[in-house]
Design a protein around this ligand. Structure first.
Ligand SMILES: [Zn+2]
Length: 365
Protein backbone atom coordinates (compact mmCIF):
# COMPACT_ATOMS: atom_id res chain seq x y z
CA UNK A 1 0.00 0.00 0.00
CA UNK A 2 1.30 3.47 -0.92
CA UNK A 3 0.06 6.59 0.83
CA UNK A 4 -0.33 10.00 -0.75
CA UNK A 5 2.34 11.22 1.66
CA UNK A 6 4.88 8.78 0.18
CA UNK A 7 4.13 9.97 -3.36
CA UNK A 8 4.39 13.63 -2.33
CA UNK A 9 7.65 13.03 -0.45
CA UNK A 10 9.08 11.29 -3.50
CA UNK A 11 8.09 14.06 -5.94
CA UNK A 12 9.19 16.86 -3.60
CA UNK A 13 12.47 14.98 -3.18
CA UNK A 14 13.04 15.10 -6.95
CA UNK A 15 12.34 18.85 -7.05
CA UNK A 16 12.32 20.45 -3.58
CA UNK A 17 9.62 23.07 -3.03
CA UNK A 18 12.37 25.43 -1.85
CA UNK A 19 13.42 25.65 -5.50
CA UNK A 20 10.10 27.00 -6.77
CA UNK A 21 9.76 30.68 -7.69
CA UNK A 22 8.49 33.04 -5.00
CA UNK A 23 5.14 33.57 -6.79
CA UNK A 24 4.49 29.84 -7.18
CA UNK A 25 2.31 27.41 -5.22
CA UNK A 26 3.68 23.98 -6.12
CA UNK A 27 3.26 20.82 -4.05
CA UNK A 28 0.23 19.08 -2.57
CA UNK A 29 -2.83 21.32 -3.00
CA UNK A 30 -5.64 19.10 -1.71
CA UNK A 31 -5.86 15.63 -0.23
CA UNK A 32 -5.38 13.61 2.95
CA UNK A 33 -1.70 12.60 3.11
CA UNK A 34 -2.57 9.31 4.82
CA UNK A 35 -4.90 8.20 2.02
CA UNK A 36 -3.95 5.26 -0.16
CA UNK A 37 -2.99 5.92 -3.78
CA UNK A 38 -2.87 3.34 -6.57
CA UNK A 39 -4.07 5.25 -9.63
CA UNK A 40 -2.82 8.63 -10.88
CA UNK A 41 -3.94 10.93 -13.69
CA UNK A 42 -1.23 13.05 -15.35
CA UNK A 43 -2.01 16.43 -16.90
CA UNK A 44 -0.57 19.85 -17.71
CA UNK A 45 -3.53 21.74 -16.20
CA UNK A 46 -6.23 20.77 -13.74
CA UNK A 47 -9.68 21.64 -15.05
CA UNK A 48 -13.20 20.45 -14.19
CA UNK A 49 -12.96 18.14 -17.20
CA UNK A 50 -9.72 16.62 -15.86
CA UNK A 51 -11.24 16.06 -12.41
CA UNK A 52 -14.23 14.35 -14.08
CA UNK A 53 -11.79 12.15 -15.97
CA UNK A 54 -10.08 11.19 -12.69
CA UNK A 55 -13.46 10.31 -11.19
CA UNK A 56 -14.35 8.03 -14.10
CA UNK A 57 -10.94 6.35 -14.00
CA UNK A 58 -11.07 5.91 -10.23
CA UNK A 59 -7.77 7.83 -9.87
CA UNK A 60 -7.15 9.08 -6.33
CA UNK A 61 -4.53 11.64 -7.39
CA UNK A 62 -4.01 14.15 -10.19
CA UNK A 63 -0.42 15.19 -10.83
CA UNK A 64 -0.29 18.40 -12.86
CA UNK A 65 2.28 20.93 -13.99
CA UNK A 66 0.29 24.10 -13.25
CA UNK A 67 -1.14 24.57 -9.75
CA UNK A 68 -4.86 25.31 -10.00
CA UNK A 69 -4.66 27.20 -6.70
CA UNK A 70 -2.15 29.90 -7.47
CA UNK A 71 -2.80 33.09 -5.56
CA UNK A 72 -4.84 31.64 -2.70
CA UNK A 73 -8.56 31.11 -2.41
CA UNK A 74 -10.69 33.34 -0.20
CA UNK A 75 -13.95 31.54 -0.82
CA UNK A 76 -15.24 28.38 -2.43
CA UNK A 77 -18.65 29.14 -3.88
CA UNK A 78 -18.07 27.82 -7.38
CA UNK A 79 -18.19 31.31 -8.92
CA UNK A 80 -15.29 30.63 -11.31
CA UNK A 81 -13.52 27.64 -12.87
CA UNK A 82 -10.80 27.56 -10.19
CA UNK A 83 -13.29 27.30 -7.34
CA UNK A 84 -15.44 24.77 -9.22
CA UNK A 85 -12.41 22.60 -10.04
CA UNK A 86 -11.16 22.59 -6.44
CA UNK A 87 -14.67 21.93 -5.11
CA UNK A 88 -15.08 18.98 -7.47
CA UNK A 89 -11.72 17.52 -6.43
CA UNK A 90 -12.52 17.84 -2.73
CA UNK A 91 -16.07 16.51 -3.21
CA UNK A 92 -14.74 13.41 -4.97
CA UNK A 93 -11.82 13.04 -2.57
CA UNK A 94 -9.24 13.46 -5.33
CA UNK A 95 -5.84 14.74 -4.28
CA UNK A 96 -4.22 17.48 -6.39
CA UNK A 97 -0.46 17.83 -6.72
CA UNK A 98 1.42 20.38 -8.85
CA UNK A 99 5.05 20.10 -9.89
CA UNK A 100 5.62 23.55 -11.34
CA UNK A 101 8.59 25.93 -11.19
CA UNK A 102 10.42 23.54 -8.85
CA UNK A 103 10.29 20.96 -11.66
CA UNK A 104 11.25 23.65 -14.22
CA UNK A 105 14.34 24.47 -12.19
CA UNK A 106 15.86 21.11 -11.43
CA UNK A 107 18.29 19.09 -13.52
CA UNK A 108 16.30 16.10 -14.72
CA UNK A 109 13.17 18.28 -14.65
CA UNK A 110 11.00 19.77 -17.39
CA UNK A 111 13.60 21.88 -19.18
CA UNK A 112 16.32 19.25 -19.37
CA UNK A 113 13.60 16.76 -20.41
CA UNK A 114 12.57 19.19 -23.16
CA UNK A 115 16.19 19.33 -24.30
CA UNK A 116 16.34 15.52 -24.37
CA UNK A 117 13.21 15.44 -26.54
CA UNK A 118 15.19 17.49 -29.08
CA UNK A 119 18.05 14.96 -28.84
CA UNK A 120 20.43 17.63 -27.55
CA UNK A 121 23.75 16.45 -26.12
CA UNK A 122 25.77 17.83 -23.22
CA UNK A 123 22.60 19.23 -21.63
CA UNK A 124 23.06 21.73 -18.81
CA UNK A 125 21.01 24.37 -17.00
CA UNK A 126 20.97 27.61 -19.02
CA UNK A 127 20.92 30.00 -16.07
CA UNK A 128 22.02 28.34 -12.81
CA UNK A 129 20.60 29.85 -9.65
CA UNK A 130 22.62 31.56 -6.94
CA UNK A 131 22.03 31.38 -3.20
CA UNK A 132 21.33 27.65 -3.02
CA UNK A 133 24.74 26.43 -1.85
CA UNK A 134 26.30 26.39 1.61
CA UNK A 135 29.74 25.63 3.00
CA UNK A 136 29.76 23.63 6.20
CA UNK A 137 32.90 23.78 8.36
CA UNK A 138 33.43 21.70 11.48
CA UNK A 139 36.28 20.84 13.83
CA UNK A 140 36.79 17.17 14.69
CA UNK A 141 39.37 15.23 16.73
CA UNK A 142 41.76 13.71 14.20
CA UNK A 143 40.82 10.07 14.64
CA UNK A 144 37.10 10.88 14.17
CA UNK A 145 37.45 13.04 11.05
CA UNK A 146 36.92 10.18 8.60
CA UNK A 147 33.65 9.11 10.26
CA UNK A 148 32.26 12.67 10.33
CA UNK A 149 33.34 13.25 6.72
CA UNK A 150 31.54 10.09 5.59
CA UNK A 151 28.42 10.98 7.59
CA UNK A 152 28.30 14.38 5.85
CA UNK A 153 28.70 12.78 2.42
CA UNK A 154 25.88 10.34 3.16
CA UNK A 155 23.69 13.29 4.14
CA UNK A 156 24.09 14.89 0.71
CA UNK A 157 27.19 17.06 1.17
CA UNK A 158 30.35 17.02 -0.93
CA UNK A 159 29.01 16.83 -4.48
CA UNK A 160 30.48 19.18 -7.10
CA UNK A 161 29.35 18.48 -10.67
CA UNK A 162 30.16 14.87 -11.54
CA UNK A 163 32.35 14.48 -8.45
CA UNK A 164 31.05 13.35 -5.10
CA UNK A 165 32.87 12.77 -1.78
CA UNK A 166 34.67 16.11 -2.05
CA UNK A 167 35.99 17.76 1.11
CA UNK A 168 38.92 19.76 2.42
CA UNK A 169 40.81 19.09 5.67
CA UNK A 170 43.57 20.89 7.50
CA UNK A 171 45.10 19.99 10.86
CA UNK A 172 45.08 22.38 13.80
CA UNK A 173 44.50 22.62 17.50
CA UNK A 174 41.30 23.28 19.37
CA UNK A 175 40.91 24.24 23.02
CA UNK A 176 38.05 23.85 25.47
CA UNK A 177 37.22 23.78 29.15
CA UNK A 178 34.03 22.13 30.33
CA UNK A 179 32.30 23.05 33.57
CA UNK A 180 31.45 20.53 36.30
CA UNK A 181 28.29 19.45 34.42
CA UNK A 182 30.29 18.18 31.46
CA UNK A 183 31.57 14.78 30.50
CA UNK A 184 34.10 15.80 27.85
CA UNK A 185 35.29 13.48 25.11
CA UNK A 186 38.88 14.31 26.20
CA UNK A 187 40.39 16.15 29.15
CA UNK A 188 39.01 16.83 32.61
CA UNK A 189 36.06 19.05 33.58
CA UNK A 190 37.24 22.43 34.90
CA UNK A 191 40.65 22.18 33.18
CA UNK A 192 41.73 23.78 29.90
CA UNK A 193 42.28 21.09 27.29
CA UNK A 194 44.21 21.21 23.98
CA UNK A 195 43.05 18.76 21.32
CA UNK A 196 44.55 17.96 17.90
CA UNK A 197 41.65 18.60 15.52
CA UNK A 198 40.89 18.58 11.82
CA UNK A 199 39.12 21.52 10.27
CA UNK A 200 36.78 19.80 7.81
CA UNK A 201 34.96 21.65 5.00
CA UNK A 202 32.25 20.43 2.67
CA UNK A 203 29.93 22.09 0.17
CA UNK A 204 26.21 21.26 0.21
CA UNK A 205 22.91 22.42 -1.25
CA UNK A 206 20.84 24.39 1.26
CA UNK A 207 18.07 21.78 1.07
CA UNK A 208 20.48 19.23 2.58
CA UNK A 209 21.47 21.50 5.47
CA UNK A 210 19.16 20.09 8.13
CA UNK A 211 20.07 16.50 7.28
CA UNK A 212 23.79 17.32 7.21
CA UNK A 213 23.73 18.96 10.65
CA UNK A 214 21.81 15.99 12.04
CA UNK A 215 24.43 13.60 10.60
CA UNK A 216 27.25 15.76 11.92
CA UNK A 217 25.84 15.78 15.46
CA UNK A 218 25.37 12.02 15.34
CA UNK A 219 28.90 11.23 14.11
CA UNK A 220 30.82 13.87 16.08
CA UNK A 221 32.20 12.61 19.42
CA UNK A 222 31.98 15.96 21.29
CA UNK A 223 29.15 16.94 23.63
CA UNK A 224 29.13 20.38 21.98
CA UNK A 225 30.54 20.16 18.46
CA UNK A 226 31.37 23.44 16.77
CA UNK A 227 30.25 24.02 13.18
CA UNK A 228 29.74 26.97 10.86
CA UNK A 229 27.49 27.28 7.87
CA UNK A 230 28.36 29.93 5.28
CA UNK A 231 26.11 31.04 2.43
CA UNK A 232 27.93 30.86 -0.92
CA UNK A 233 27.61 33.24 -3.87
CA UNK A 234 28.41 30.43 -6.31
CA UNK A 235 25.63 29.45 -8.69
CA UNK A 236 24.33 25.89 -8.30
CA UNK A 237 24.77 24.25 -11.71
CA UNK A 238 22.08 21.65 -11.03
CA UNK A 239 19.26 24.14 -10.43
CA UNK A 240 18.11 27.14 -12.42
CA UNK A 241 16.16 28.34 -15.42
CA UNK A 242 16.04 26.85 -18.92
CA UNK A 243 18.45 24.38 -20.45
CA UNK A 244 20.98 24.37 -23.25
CA UNK A 245 22.74 21.72 -25.29
CA UNK A 246 24.04 20.88 -28.77
CA UNK A 247 22.73 18.87 -31.67
CA UNK A 248 25.04 16.04 -32.65
CA UNK A 249 24.61 16.98 -36.30
CA UNK A 250 23.87 20.65 -37.04
CA UNK A 251 20.44 21.11 -38.63
CA UNK A 252 19.18 23.47 -41.29
CA UNK A 253 16.93 26.09 -39.67
CA UNK A 254 13.72 25.20 -41.54
CA UNK A 255 14.23 21.51 -40.97
CA UNK A 256 14.69 22.19 -37.27
CA UNK A 257 11.48 24.26 -37.10
CA UNK A 258 9.67 21.43 -38.88
CA UNK A 259 11.04 19.01 -36.29
CA UNK A 260 9.77 21.28 -33.51
CA UNK A 261 6.25 21.19 -34.95
CA UNK A 262 6.29 17.41 -35.12
CA UNK A 263 7.92 16.78 -31.73
CA UNK A 264 5.66 19.11 -29.78
CA UNK A 265 2.53 18.76 -31.86
CA UNK A 266 2.62 22.50 -32.49
CA UNK A 267 0.14 23.93 -34.99
CA UNK A 268 2.40 26.89 -35.65
CA UNK A 269 5.78 28.21 -34.61
CA UNK A 270 6.15 31.98 -34.29
CA UNK A 271 9.79 32.82 -34.96
CA UNK A 272 12.18 35.70 -35.56
CA UNK A 273 13.92 36.03 -38.95
CA UNK A 274 16.03 33.03 -39.90
CA UNK A 275 19.77 33.72 -40.04
CA UNK A 276 20.78 31.28 -42.77
CA UNK A 277 23.07 29.52 -40.30
CA UNK A 278 23.02 25.89 -39.22
CA UNK A 279 21.44 25.18 -35.85
CA UNK A 280 23.97 23.61 -33.50
CA UNK A 281 23.48 24.98 -30.00
CA UNK A 282 19.87 25.14 -28.79
CA UNK A 283 18.48 26.82 -25.66
CA UNK A 284 15.08 25.77 -24.33
CA UNK A 285 12.63 27.06 -21.74
CA UNK A 286 9.20 25.52 -21.29
CA UNK A 287 6.49 28.16 -20.86
CA UNK A 288 7.32 31.86 -20.62
CA UNK A 289 10.97 32.27 -21.58
CA UNK A 290 11.70 35.83 -22.70
CA UNK A 291 13.58 36.54 -19.46
CA UNK A 292 16.24 34.08 -20.66
CA UNK A 293 16.79 35.53 -24.15
CA UNK A 294 19.89 37.52 -23.14
CA UNK A 295 21.47 34.45 -21.54
CA UNK A 296 20.69 32.28 -24.58
CA UNK A 297 22.40 34.88 -26.81
CA UNK A 298 25.33 35.20 -24.40
CA UNK A 299 25.88 31.45 -24.60
CA UNK A 300 25.85 31.55 -28.41
CA UNK A 301 22.73 29.46 -28.86
CA UNK A 302 21.56 29.43 -32.49
CA UNK A 303 17.93 28.77 -31.61
CA UNK A 304 15.84 29.49 -28.50
CA UNK A 305 12.82 27.19 -28.19
CA UNK A 306 10.30 28.64 -25.77
CA UNK A 307 6.85 30.27 -25.53
CA UNK A 308 4.84 33.38 -24.64
CA UNK A 309 7.05 35.89 -26.45
CA UNK A 310 5.34 39.28 -26.88
CA UNK A 311 5.57 41.33 -30.08
CA UNK A 312 8.25 43.73 -28.83
CA UNK A 313 10.27 40.96 -27.23
CA UNK A 314 10.82 39.33 -30.63
CA UNK A 315 12.82 42.43 -31.65
CA UNK A 316 15.33 41.72 -28.87
CA UNK A 317 16.70 38.75 -30.82
CA UNK A 318 18.48 41.36 -33.01
CA UNK A 319 19.57 38.74 -35.53
CA UNK A 320 21.83 37.07 -32.96
CA UNK A 321 19.58 34.06 -32.41
CA UNK A 322 16.36 32.60 -33.78
CA UNK A 323 13.55 32.68 -31.23
CA UNK A 324 11.08 29.86 -31.86
CA UNK A 325 7.86 30.30 -29.88
CA UNK A 326 6.04 26.96 -30.04
CA UNK A 327 3.26 27.83 -27.55
CA UNK A 328 2.99 27.52 -23.78
CA UNK A 329 0.98 24.30 -23.63
CA UNK A 330 2.95 22.72 -26.48
CA UNK A 331 6.25 23.37 -24.70
CA UNK A 332 5.04 21.99 -21.38
CA UNK A 333 3.24 18.83 -22.45
CA UNK A 334 6.47 16.96 -21.69
CA UNK A 335 5.62 17.44 -17.99
CA UNK A 336 3.16 14.54 -18.28
CA UNK A 337 5.84 12.23 -19.68
CA UNK A 338 8.33 13.33 -17.07
CA UNK A 339 5.90 12.57 -14.23
CA UNK A 340 5.11 9.24 -15.90
CA UNK A 341 8.79 8.30 -16.06
CA UNK A 342 9.42 9.25 -12.43
CA UNK A 343 6.31 7.63 -10.97
CA UNK A 344 6.43 4.41 -13.04
CA UNK A 345 10.00 3.73 -11.92
CA UNK A 346 9.34 4.43 -8.25
CA UNK A 347 5.84 2.91 -8.01
CA UNK A 348 5.72 0.18 -10.68
CA UNK A 349 2.33 -1.12 -9.52
CA UNK A 350 0.57 2.25 -9.99
CA UNK A 351 -2.03 2.66 -12.73
CA UNK A 352 -0.80 5.80 -14.52
CA UNK A 353 -3.06 7.56 -17.01
CA UNK A 354 -2.33 10.44 -19.38
CA UNK A 355 -5.25 12.83 -19.37
CA UNK A 356 -7.15 12.82 -22.66
CA UNK A 357 -8.39 16.38 -22.09
CA UNK A 358 -6.56 18.95 -24.17
CA UNK A 359 -6.43 21.68 -21.55
CA UNK A 360 -4.73 24.21 -23.84
CA UNK A 361 -6.99 27.28 -23.68
CA UNK A 362 -5.49 28.63 -26.91
CA UNK A 363 -6.93 27.49 -30.22
CA UNK A 364 -5.58 28.12 -33.71
CA UNK A 365 -8.04 28.85 -36.48
ZN1 LIG B 1 3.44 26.95 -17.69
Amino acid sequence: MTTLKEVVTFLNGKAPLAWQESYDNAGLLTGDPEKEVSSVLLTVDITEEVVAEAVSLGAELIVAHHPIIFKGLKKLTGSNYVERTVLAAVRHDIALYAGHTNFDAVEGGINTYLAEKLSLKNIRILSPKKGLLRKLVTFVPQEHAAAVREALWSAGAGTIGNYDQTSFSVAGEGTFRGNEETRPFAGTPGKLHHEKEIRLEVILPSVAEEEAVRALLEAHPYEEPAWDIFPLENAYPKVGAGAVGELETPAEERAFLQQLKATFDARCVRHTPLRGKPVRRVAVCGGTGSFLLKEAIRQDADMFVTADFKYHEFFDAEGKIVVADIGHYESEQVAKELFYDLLSKKFPNFALHFSKSVTNPINYF
